[in-house]
Write a protein that binds this ligand. Sequence first.
Ligand code: SOE
Length: 390
Amino acid sequence: MTKNARVAMIGNGFMGAAHSQGWRVAPRFFDLPLRPQMAVMVGRNPDKNAQLAQAWGWEESSEDFAATIARDDIDIVDIVTPGNLHCDMAIAALEAGKHVLCEKPLANTVDEARRMAQAAHTAAQNGIYAMVGFTYRRVPAATFARDLVARGAVGTVRQVRAQYLQDWLADPQAPLTWRMDKSKAGSGALGDIGAHAVDLAQYITADSLATVSGTIETFVKERPVLGQGQGLSGSAGEGTGPVTVDDFAAFTGRFDSGAVGVFEATRFATGRKNALQVEVAGDKGSILFNLEDMNAVQYYDATAPATEQGFRRIYVTEADHPYMAAWWPPGHMLGYEHGFSHQAKDFIEAIASGEQPRPSFEDGYQVQRVLDAVERSSGAGSAWTSTAAA
Ligand code: SOE
């Protein structure tokens, strides 16, 4: 009989809904070596918690993180809280012998990420694993883009263009939330969505950013404060409060291989709702992953006869494409939420086989160093700044 892997999820915002969906659906479509069970959802507000736990299919809810991770019947702790809680919670859960899935960005500072990577390294010696939730790696077309690059379809990579564009803060009257509070979110567009662009570009190219030259900007420095419980905790619900993170970040980067990359992350790209793109150009071709067309990759083969060259749109819905055998017949599309099922599947399989899942906390720590280097570079007049560990 398949053994169970009982999950406790900490947090119940937008990501809590997405992860709940992932845990619920994964064992129904994938034949998993361990069956995830949605045991406990932990949150601060008992009423909201109980109501959401029931709606999303968790057996019970709790307000007590420490008591939850002390339970013998919990195997996996899934952290979907704001970034300021990641470090302490992840380390405590690992030390309690629980496998940990932690949302991105891994932490709010390089030092926290380093300590988390260290704790994960220690836990892995005992077969306890940690993974970061860079879920876009698990969109089949993004995974397939990585496969194509790995098998030489674009040749030697020279250039990477990566953008993550949103516009939900373009309106200066959009209210202050924890995402605009440095003490909770760590950074703004840079960490929230730039982190995805960095991880995905590094994943697709199997390369790492070594140095960066960046600029960050906060366009709207004060925003309306909502009532308690809606905006920043403890806010009076009147007047305005300061935005303490970036709205926009852009940087040029050099990879270990010598390739160069141009990156942009913004919440002010009016008209762009959730536009993540990574394009990789090599000496034999180019490949484009575009989240707004997430069931396809665009591929240009520069070795084809000149008369036949041009970008081809490859629909990534065949059973032989990554993850697709579990889903629908060819041509039947997947959406945003499927990445979370693939994340649950991959994590469960790694735990069962005793292999370090990726992206590991070490990978998350490396992304954190890139983000930190961009901020430091911006503060130093865009000076080229190393991403190496201090
Ligand atoms: C921010 O708006 C956000 O929700 C990110 O936090 C998620 O990681 C991304 O998937 C969508 O946008």
